[in-house]
Design a protein around this ligand. Structure first.
Ligand SMILES: NC(=O)C1=CN([C@@H]2O[C@H](COP(=O)(O)OP(=O)(O)OC[C@H]3O[C@@H](n4cnc5c(N)ncnc54)[C@H](OP(=O)(O)O)[C@@H]3O)[C@@H](O)[C@H]2O)C=CC1
Ligand SMILES: O=C1OC[C@@H](O)[C@H](O)[C@H]1O
Length: 401
């Protein structure tokens, strides 16, 4: 049964989801800006199983490339330029998967044309651009189009279950850790990620997820009186400052296989004090919560809650033991109404598309969202980290509306 479930998730979630033969009449028509490598994973495949989404158009800098892409992925409309696509009145929303340096300009242009925008991470080249984008009157206006930075992993129930474990845990955080490895060999020498002028860099690419994950995990432990999200003011300060982001760097060759992982370690909590013949015994618990593979949880993931117990007699530890519980969350908990709509085989991208569409349609949805403040804070952390490392934040676009 476990193997069957696994194969079903792999097949439907990643290889070939059940295709909806007839889309809803008011399905959102998405146009792809750029014939990107990521669009098949992030939008084209997830859209196949979404009744409310049609991938209707593509535009690339070279028409031949756009035509070939359209043929390969069965996309009906090919536009000769990005401008032509955003001016197409039959298109409701765009997916922007361009080099990071182009995110700001094309998001703003698309919003100006009235299109909803699913924007690849990182949202911009730096915090200056992020503030200009998310605070732009075209974006903040009452009925402005939806603009979402595509931190897909956050939309999956597994990540939310991890945050739930953190919220339920007593005590303060001692440390937070997040890793995501990408073997250098998977990328060509001329990859957009290696160009400063295209706002490339490790911190702009895979490490954005780590920063985002650390922020999410830390935020989960804070509850303000008005339930407002608090933000982490992070930067890279390895000499004891907190939070501290270690320098991100590209790995060379194929590293030992390391799963994406995020982990929170809590400070020890005193759970009980007992008296044994006049000697006090103190029982402490130190909790660690780990999520394995939050980037591709549909294949496999695991959330470990590990409690390390210690019995102290004055300064001495007289006994210690560990208790670990494991959890998986391919869907929301059974009693949760969201479990009715979600499927165990949905990838993070499919979950993200679901919520993007819900937002565009004004539906309640799962409640998971990434707002502009979070996107801005993410870019501020990246900028500060570059600055602390003696490096420069990525250049700001001269584009203006
Ligand atoms: N959410 C996720 O899981 C992932 C997100 N990403 C993000 O998506 C974005 C695109 O990544 P990816 O698909 O790997 O990128 P690609 O290398 O496929 O490039 C995307 C598009 O950018 C345009 N482009 C490429 N090189 C240049 C250049 N030198 N100057 C101007 N435009 C260029 C091309 O558009 P055209 O086709 O018009 O020529 C290309 O199709 C990035 O922001 C990245 O961070 C990437 C991978 C995974
Ligand atoms: O999810 C991802 O995996 C590979 C990266 O290079 C990419 O940009 C990122 O978004």
């Amino acid at each position: 049964m476990l193997l069957f479930d696994f194969l079903t998730r792999v097949y439907y979630g990643v290889v070939s989801p059940p295709t909806i033969p007839k889309k809803e009449d008011d399905a959102i028509r998405i146009g792809l800006i750029g014939a990107s490598n990521i669009a098949p994973f992030a939008v084209i495949t997830p859209a196949k199983s979404h009744p409310g989404v049609i991938v209707a158009a593509i535009a690339a800098r070279e028409s031949n490339r756009a035509r070939e892409y359209a043929q390969k992925y069965n996309i009906p409309i090919v536009h000769p330029s990005y401008e032509a696509l955003i001016d197409d009145p039959s298109i409701d929303a765009v997916y922007i998967a361009l080099p990071n340096s182009h995110h700001f300009e094309w998001s703003l242009r698309a919003v100006q044309a009235g299109k909803h925008v699913l924007l690849e991470k990182p949202c911009c080249s730096n915090a200056t651009e992020a503030k200009m984008l998310f605070n732009h009157p075209l974006v903040t206006a009452p009925n402005a189009p939806v603009l979402l930075e595509a931190f897909h992993y956050q939309f999956h129930p597994a990540w939310q279950a991890f945050l739930g474990e953190i919220r339920q845990s007593p005590g303060a955080i001692e440390s937070v850790f997040s890793q995501f490895y990408l073997p250098r060999l998977l990328l060509g020498r001329d990859d957009i990620r290696f160009h400063y002028s295209l706002a490339g860099g490790c911190l702009m690419d895979v490490a954005t997820y780590c920063i985002s994950a650390i922020d999410e995990a830390v935020v989960a432990t804070f509850v303000t009186p008005d339930s407002q999200r608090v933000r982490v003011q992070g930067d890279m300060s390895t000499a004891g400052g907190w939070p501290s982001f270690l320098p991100a760097s590209w790995t060379k060759g194929i590293p030992s296989l390391r799963w994406p992982k995020s982990e929170v370690v809590f400070k020890p909590v005193l759970v009980e004090t007992t008296d044994q013949n006049g000697v006090q015994l103190q029982h402490f618990v130190t909790r660690t919560i780990t999520i394995w593979n939050h980037m591709l949880p549909v294949l496999y993931h695991r959330i470990d809650t590990s409690d390390f117990h210690t019995l102290h007699r004055e300064e001495e530890i007289v006994k210690s033991w560990s208790e670990v519980s494991y959890k998986k969350a391919y869907n929301w908990p059974e009693a949760d109404e969201r479990a009715v709509f979600y499927k165990d085989w949905w990838s993070t991208y499919r979950c993200q598309l679901e919520e993007f569409v819900n937002r565009v349609k004004g539906r309640k949805g799962s409640g998971i969202w990434i707002d502009g403040d979070e996107s801005i804070a993410q870019m501020e952390t990246i900028d500060r980290t570059y600055e602390k490392a003696g490096l420069m934040p990525r250049p700001t676009s001269s584009f203006e509306i």
